[in-house]
Design a protein around this ligand. Structure first.
Ligand code: ADP
Length: 301
């Protein structure tokens, strides 16, 4: 197969591992900077031009779209879809997962466990929002945040009111969420490929930190997950229409709850902590599924 990895840099761990795994299986793998692609949008022969040449003969693409480049990145993936090229994740699924609110709404429709979450536009409704999630302590989260930035633990109702008003004063969109205290700063990243959890790790926040993000000093370790966690993760990936997904779960008193679903999950932490050849599993999935026109997104919304 001829595989294109849509990534800004060939030297990134995940990009490099996917390339290696593809080549080890005898495929021709190209790393393509999607920001340097331009598109010819025409109905009889849609095409993508990269480094002055039209990209032809590609069987599959692996999108590795950065959070800040979702708009252009998904447009490039969509163009490949128009050309009948099979994407590891479709553009629609990537767009859905990038919006935390949309993601939670879609998961709730499927009855997947979530922390109680509220969303409002006006600060006049702050009281109601706080009581909806069970009062303090609660989490207030920026809708556009990543790597734990903009996730605030508010110990009191007064603090929550101030934080919500401050964020809203800056015109930022925020979610209020039940604080899952019993998670103890630990979350579980389930790596889903083709409807199966192929690897799982737990991430533990640094001492005194409720956020488990590795970027915030957290550490990762292999974990054995329960059947309920496994099915929650696979259902979440399916609800988002993602073949390759990193599903983050918290262990709550009312079972596993999904924090978020990532459409370009990193490979470094999960491969190093579990020893599993995650990149190889992604290529295996492409080998089984990459047929022209096999890009049917059936999720609604
Ligand atoms: P980001 O996308 O910025 O990483 P998350 O929503 O995943 O933001 O939150 C970052 C971390 O904060 C999570 O991995 C988790 O450890 C912790 N966290 C987030 N929401 C909650 C919550 N409702 N209860 C307990 N801990 C939470």
């Amino acid at each position: 197969m001829k595989i294109a990895i849509l990534s800004r840099k060939a030297s990134l761990y995940s990009t490099n591992r996917l390339k290696e795994a593809g080549e080890a299986r005898g495929h021709e793998v190209h790393v393509i900077d999607y920001l340097r692609c331009y598109m010819n949008i025409t109905s009889h022969k849609p095409s993508i031009i990269f480094q002055g040449k039209s990209l032809t003969g590609i069987d599959a693409v692996i999108p590795r779209i950065g959070a800040s480049r979702t708009f252009y990145g998904t447009a490039v993936v969509r163009q490949f879809e128009m050309m009948d090229v099979f994407p590891a994740n479709e553009s629609q699924g990537i767009s859905r997962s990038r919006d935390k609110l949309r993601c939670l709404q879609l998961l709730s429709r499927e009855g997947i466990g979530l922390p109680v979450t509220a969303f409002a536009h006006s600060t006049k409704d702050v009281e109601g929002v706080i009581s909806t999630v069970g009062g303090a302590p609660l989490i207030v989260k920026l809708l556009e945040g990543t790597q734990g930035i903009g996730v605030v633990l508010c110990e009191t109702k007064k603090a929550a009111e101030s934080v919500i008003e401050a964020f809203r004063g800056l015109d930022a969109n925020i979610l209020a969420q039940e604080f899952i205290k019993e998670a103890g700063g630990m979350d579980i990243r389930c790596f889903v490929v083709g409807g199966k959890v192929i690897a799982a790790m737990k991430r533990q926040g640094a001492e005194g930190e409720f956020r488990s993000n590795i970027h915030r000093g957290g550490s990762a370790e292999k974990i054995k997950i329960t059947p309920e966690e496994r099915s929650t993760a696979t259902r979440a990936a399916k609800a988002m229409g993602l073949n390759v997904a990193g599903v983050d779960l918290l262990r709550s008193n009312h079972g596993p709850v999904v924090m978020e679903v990532n459409s370009s999950p990193g490979l470094e932490g999960i491969e190093n902590s579990t020893g599993i050849d995650v990149a190889g599993k992604v290529i295996d999935f492409l080998e089984k599924n990459a047929k022209p026109g096999n890009t049917k997104d059936r999720a609604k919304g």
